[in-house]
Design a binder for this molecule. Sequence first.
Ligand SMILES: CC(C)(COP(=O)(O)OP(=O)(O)OC[C@H]1O[C@@H](n2cnc3c(N)ncnc32)[C@H](O)[C@@H]1OP(=O)(O)O)[C@@H](O)C(=O)NCCC(=O)NCCS
Length: 157
Amino acid sequence: MEERDIPGVSDIDLICFPNVKPPINYKGEFENIIAHYWVAETDHVIGFGGFWSFYDEADIITIGVLPDFRRYKVGSRILLAMLNECIKLDRKYITLEVRVSNIAAQKMYEKFGFVNQGIRKGYYLDNREDAVIMSIDDVTQTKELLKEIQKEISNDV
Ligand SMILES: CC(C)(COP(=O)(O)OP(=O)(O)OC[C@H]1O[C@@H](n2cnc3c(N)ncnc32)[C@H](O)[C@@H]1OP(=O)(O)O)[C@@H](O)C(=O)NCCC(=O)NCCS
């Protein structure tokens, strides 16, 4: 993510996560040394994702794609870029939380090798919805899977 992407990313964040109050401050995230963000763009930003990285771990903080661009593998491209960066940075354990009702995102994470590790009760403050905790124990073990997904994405262009 470049500094010039911050307004576009903030706009998509509001569209994808209207119930998160206050919304994430992406100017702060841009300056946060443990944060790593990616954007997908045409002539404007259409999707973004980010993770926080510490020790040998990475926590996927967010990923979102503009509604008109969903189901075109934009989310996959962003997630792939993030997981490859985790491998490069030697961050093996990858974790995230996702709403129990968010089947689309859970399916995407499963496709990338994330496994359901249990539930955080009432994790989301807006409606006290539970979160599913998903993780990959060792992302280096998913290299072949990531290559296959890369191939699938390339064939899709
Ligand atoms: C989740 C999200 C980022 C997926 O982005 P996307 O660009 O549509 O995803 P892709 O096209 O790369 O799809 C990847 C996989 O996700 C799954 N998937 C995506 N959308 C799905 C849907 N509506 N229903 C079921 N599975 C879905 C599929 O397994 C898909 O693989 P396939 O194309 O081989 O079927 C997008 O739906 C989004 O922005 N949602 C709102 C924000 C959000 O919920 N973010 C996640 C927070 S944890």
